[in-house]
Write a protein that binds this ligand. Sequence first.
Ligand SMILES: NC(=O)c1ccc[n+]([C@@H]2O[C@H](COP(=O)([O-])OP(=O)(O)OC[C@H]3O[C@@H](n4cnc5c(N)ncnc54)[C@H](O)[C@@H]3O)[C@@H](O)[C@H]2O)c1
Length: 248
Amino acid sequence: MKKLENKVVFITGGNSGIGKAACMEAAREGATVVLADLAGKDHKGTIDAIEALNAKCMFVPIDVADVNSVKQAINATVDKFGRIDVAFNNAGIGGAYSGIHDMPEAVWDKIIAVNLTGQFYCVKYELQQFLKQGGGIIVNMSSLGGLKAEHGLVAYTAAKHGVLGLTKNIAVQYAAQNIRGNAICPYYVETPLLSAAPEAVHSSWIEGTPAKRLCTPEEVAKAFIYLASEDSSYCNGISLILDGGVMA
Ligand SMILES: NC(=O)c1ccc[n+]([C@@H]2O[C@H](COP(=O)([O-])OP(=O)(O)OC[C@H]3O[C@@H](n4cnc5c(N)ncnc54)[C@H](O)[C@@H]3O)[C@@H](O)[C@H]2O)c1
């Protein structure tokens, strides 16, 4: 039995890295996949790969930092498929290394706008739909940086800590309405987000984990499927850590 048979799954940032792996894994588990990502980027290859798994899918443009764009993407999904069963609020941008005392306000604003306020916009309008349809599941992308400071990643770690606060509030406010909200907290994952890091920094991340390797997007996608399915029916408000032993 597939774990997401006939479920409509809405994934932001679905065209790259973790989001793309989650789209593929959801398709393998029988879901109808809505790939929501920035307009203007080529998403055809991802859509073709999802369709090759015999899954129904649709691309919707979204800029999570723009509330009207979020509303339009959710409305377009419901217009097409009638409901949203699972939302994976995964879209995000990397951080900028800086001291707090000299962090440019514009950099702070941008990272918070996408990585925290964007999550709030998605959660708000997904919840409105879930309340209408009688339930739903939210999975929010945080990070190990949501649980501990990463030296210099000021706005990123603040945003990812905020995502966990938002997620816990879903759990305590909406459990009675058949709605669950959980978060995923990976250490570094081998995706295009890391491509700007110098080789020495990349190696230091690997050295810093007992696993002596970074996480793969597919491993995060498997954790997403767990939280998106009935397998995790009693999980609500959790921060699921994928860190190869770093926090231990
Ligand atoms: N890669 C890592 O090491 C790592 C670790 C922990 C958490 N994360 C988190 O996982 C999520 C996905 O990261 P990834 O590594 O797959 O990165 P990625 O860069 O490969 O993919 C990010 C996707 O989000 C989209 N996106 C960016 N800004 C957007 C916006 N304003 N609106 C809509 N879509 C937008 C991009 O177009 C892209 O498709 C992010 O939230 C990131 O913070 C990543």
